[in-house]
Write a protein that binds this ligand. Structure first.
Ligand SMILES: [Cu+2]
Length: 164
């Protein structure tokens, strides 16, 4: 019975670790970051995705052909590509999502944003990983559980007693 509990606990720990892993989102999937044939390509791409703190966005494009500017909502809405200061011009470009909120990106090459090369995402607070220093299970707790499991098995095999 104790073995069962230990395995359930270890399983829960590995599940928690997997759930808090950061995800890299390849913007546009296999299409990459291009001047799209349809203006809804990037809103469609984002519509079924969840973005969490610690995740990254990777914009895959040929350097010189496109760029990625982080812009305000109004610049996004109006495709204002002039005088943007927060521009990544080397592809591929990766952006780490560090805070919750709405984020707006566009390509500043003439005509690309108005053709639909723009992306809006919302980073939600829901799946925030545990803050560092306060994990749900500590490493020492797992080690203690493993140690108990080992001594239990030693008893089983060496002294022929059953572990309950
Ligand atoms: Cu472009």
């Amino acid at each position: 019975m104790r073995n069962l509990i230990v395995f359930v606990v270890l399983g829960a720990v590995s599940l928690l670790l997997r759930n808090s892993e950061a995800v890299d989102h390849e913007v546009g999937g296999s299409t990459g970051w291009v001047k799209p044939s349809s203006s809804s390509v990037y809103s469609d791409w984002a519509s079924d995705k969840t973005f969490a703190i610690g995740d990254t966005l990777t914009f895959t494009f040929t350097t010189g052909a496109h760029d990625v500017a982080t812009v305000s909502k109004s610049d996004y809405d109006n495709c204002n590509v002039a005088s943007q200061s927060n521009v990544l011009s080397t592809g591929p470009a990766t952006i780490t999502l560090n805070a919750t909120g709405d984020y707006y990106y566009l390509c500043t090459i003439a005509g690309h944003c108005s053709a639909g090369q723009k992306l809006f995402i919302t980073v939600a607070a829901g799946s925030t990983p545990s803050p560092p220093g306060t994990p749900f299970f500590t490493a020492s707790a797992s080690a203690a559980a493993l140690s108990r499991l080992k001594s239990c098995c030693y008893l089983c095999s060496g002294v022929h007693v059953h572990c309950h």
